[in-house]
Design a binder for this molecule. Structure first.
Ligand code: PEP
Ligand code: MN
Length: 338
């Protein structure tokens, strides 16, 4: 259930409503927007008499949520979520954020050069995997925490934030000092134990759509994180597996406006994993911004052909510069900045 409070509702009135919801046996999640406070009741709400809440002072309206996700649904925050980071960076507002870097952190020279160039081009996040989910157990598995330290230093040197994939619960704590945004990879989108634990972590989470997940399943996975109290979730469309073999995955551009309609959470477009081919990354990045993406995640590497992982879909730094110029024009055309 959703209880939307009136714009001028007092703290006392809000507390009274929360008390009544708790008494009715539902869990309460509160969000305070620019215009009003919204209280979402989760749990056994089917038997709750909503009319009782409509009569409480300060209440604007009360309704049941028919979708299975309550906190990730648009009605929890009708105005949209803006996730705030250090350096004044936001994801979900008027500015499209760019996250760029290699698939895997490989060494100091690689990550420093990448940091310098992506910052100069206008990115705000440096990405790089230290724990890599590889299809083959014999493929490069990532540098682990020492790699994250290296990436963090490179990011600090250039005023960038960091994003990196967390694959299991035991990695959350040791990663905390080095990352600003936890990435949950496609293969872990339904690792519910990991999602629950990230719900308790007080750092934002970039949740990638599973390889064969529906949009509803993506939003339910976001709900797992949010139900723990961590509302700073950024979704990511990174392509899904279809019968098409010309591309690594099928980049579902339509997921971007669909998610915007169903949810208040920001959505990122990842055209690198979405296509698997270097020459297709720019067109699909442009399409993502045109479709309303709040952020773009792209793989770039100073020596892209020799990247330790995902070389075929990795942009050269010059290609990234060119792409940023194009994205700037498209962002402006759709009423955003970059
Ligand atoms: C990645 O970002 O390098 C990655 C492994 O992504 P995904 O989980 O989308 O495959
Ligand atoms: Mn990759």
């Amino acid at each position: 259930m959703i209880v939307a409070m009136q714009e001028k509702a007092t703290e006392e009135q809000i507390d009274t409503v929360i008390g009544a919801m708790v008494e009715a046996g539902v869990g309460v999640h509160r969000t305070t927007g620019a215009m009003q406070t919204i209280l979402a009741g989760v749990g056994p709400t089917a038997s709750v008499d909503l009319s009782k809440f409509e009569l409480l002072p300060g209440v604007l309206h009360v309704h049941r949520i028919s979708s299975p996700y309550k906190l990730a649904g648009r009605s929890f925050r009708p105005e949209g979520t803006v996730v705030e980071f250090a350096n004044g960076v936001t994801v979900g507002g008027g500015k499209v954020a760019v996250m760029a870097g290699p698939c895997s952190i490989e060494n100091e020279i690689q990550i420093l050069e990448t940091a310098r160039r992506v910052k100069a081009a206008g990115a705000s996040f440096l990405r790089g995997g230290a724990f890599k989910p590889r299809s083959s157990p014999y493929a490069f598995q990532g540098m682990g925490i020492p790699g994250l330290k290296t990436m963090h230093e490179a990011a600090q040197a250039h005023g960038l934030l960091t994003v990196s994939e967390v694959m299991e619960i035991s990695q959350i704590e040791p990663m905390l000092p080095y990352i600003d945004l936890f990435q949950v990879g496609a293969r872990n989108m339904q690792n519910f134990n990991l999602l629950r634990e990230l719900g308790l972590a007080r750092k934002p989470v970039l949740l990638k759509r599973g390889i064969a997940a529906t949009i509803e399943e993506l939003l339910l996975s976001a709900e797992y994180i949010m139900s723990g109290g961590n509302y700073d979730v950024i979704l990511c469309e990174r392509g899904i597996r279809t019968y098409e073999t010309a591309t690594r995955n099928t980049m579902d551009i339509s997921a971007i406006p669909v998610v915007k309609k169903l949810s208040h959470l920001p959505i990122t477009g990842d055209p690198s994993h979405g296509t698997g081919h270097r020459e297709l990354v720019a067109p699909l990045a442009r399409a993502s911004v045109a479709a309303g993406a709040d952020a773009i995640l792209v793989e770039v590497h100073p020596n892209a052909d020799k990247a330790a992982s995902d070389a075929a879909q990795t942009l050269y730094l010059d290609q990234f510069d060119e792409l940023m110029g194009q994205l700037r024009l498209i962002a402006t055309a759709v009423g955003r900045t970059l």
